[in-house]
Design a protein around this ligand. Structure first.
Ligand code: AMP
Length: 299
């Protein structure tokens, strides 16, 4: 597995291989790799002759006070996992080579970046678009692979690729979950055991929402109300008193909810009825950790 750190040699790596007729896929990540990331590498391998992963904790997508400094960095294990999977190359640039002194140009994100994550993290998608475009420039691959776990981000990247005529095909991979249902995330390692138990209300609430849809509920208002009630887990208040009395860890819903919505799956615009493909999107804090999850709803 080739380890590339300099943008020029990364570009040369891709162009040389393309000149012999090979196709390449790029899988951008921030490292602290888990099976979700690796599933995207597998997709890249299936689709193209070669796959290049990137590991870069991008400072411009973190706001002051977010977890940039404590974001997990596990480069040695990441490289070992990528190598054992048969990844062809990894691009691990320094911050100074992606953002040299005086670098002030950035990408203005597309409309689908407004609202939801865009409201709670106003600078986030500008940083994401800028780094993804820069990574596509350093690694001008045929295909880019992104996870549906970051659903809005996936739409933002697809829109940027369309709007800026970028010559790359965007593919997506479904959400990979741990056995208990929690969507895998590099940030899950921040959770204590009790917080992790509490966080399970997120995948459970999304599964129950799908059951509600199956059983015929089509009012989005009603679906959202049920989703929020399950995430805030009103029953848990009673459970907490019982658990405390029995010496059990106190379980409850999330500690705070940024949003829990059912919206149009293409535009993320509000809808009233489930008469078109929709997606349920959740962002919540459990302890200090902010988690996001989603599920698509077909009708
Ligand atoms: P990150 O390292 O968190 O920036 O994520 C890098 C890529 O992995 C993004 O395209 C994410 O959407 C994707 N990803 C993160 N978690 C998962 C997951 N549990 N399942 C599938 N893809 C994921």
């Amino acid at each position: 597995m080739e380890i590339l750190s300099d943008p020029k040699s990364a570009r040369r790596y891709v162009i040389e291989r393309q000149s012999t007729g090979e196709t390449l896929a790029v899988v951008p990540t921030m490292g602290a790799l888990h099976d979700g990331h690796l599933s995207l590498v597998e997709i890249g391998k299936e689709k193209c002759d070669r796959v290049v992963a990137t590991i870069f904790v991008n400072p411009t997508q973190f706001a002051p006070g977010e977890d940039l400094d404590k974001y997990p960095r596990t480069l040695k294990q990441d490289l070992a996992r990528l190598e054992s999977l048969g990844t062809d190359a990894v691009f691990v640039p320094e911050v100074s080579s992606m953002y040299p002194d005086g670098c002030t140009t950035s990408v203005s994100p597309p409309r689908v970046a407004e609202g939801l994550e865009g409201s709670f993290r106003p600078e986030h998608f500008g940083g994401v678009c800028t780094i993804v475009l820069k990574l596509f420039q350093c690694l001008p691959c045929n295909v880019g692979v992104f996870g549906q776990k970051d659903y809005q981000q996936l739409l933002v990247i697809k829109a940027m690729v369309r709007d800026l005529n970028l010559p790359i095909e965007v593919l997506s991979g479904e959400i990979i979950r741990d056995q208990d249902g929690l969507a895998m995330s590099s940030r899950n390692r921040y959770l204590s055991a009790v917080e992790r138990e509490n966080a399970l209300c997120i995948p459970k609430a999304l599964r129950s929402l799908q059951d509600d849809v199956q059983s015929g509920v089509t009012s989005v208002e009603e679906l959202q109300e049920r989703l929020i009630a399950r995430l805030e887990d009103s029953e848990a208040v009673a459970h907490a008193a019982r658990d405390a009395a029995e010496g059990q860890p106190i379980q409850r819903g999330v500690d705070s909810l940024d949003y829990a919505v059912v919206v149009d799956s293409e535009t993320l615009e509000p809808i009233e009825k489930l008469n078109r493909p929709a997606v349920a999107l959740v962002a919540a804090r459990v302890g200090q950790t902010r988690l996001i999850d989603n599920c698509t709803i077909s009708v």
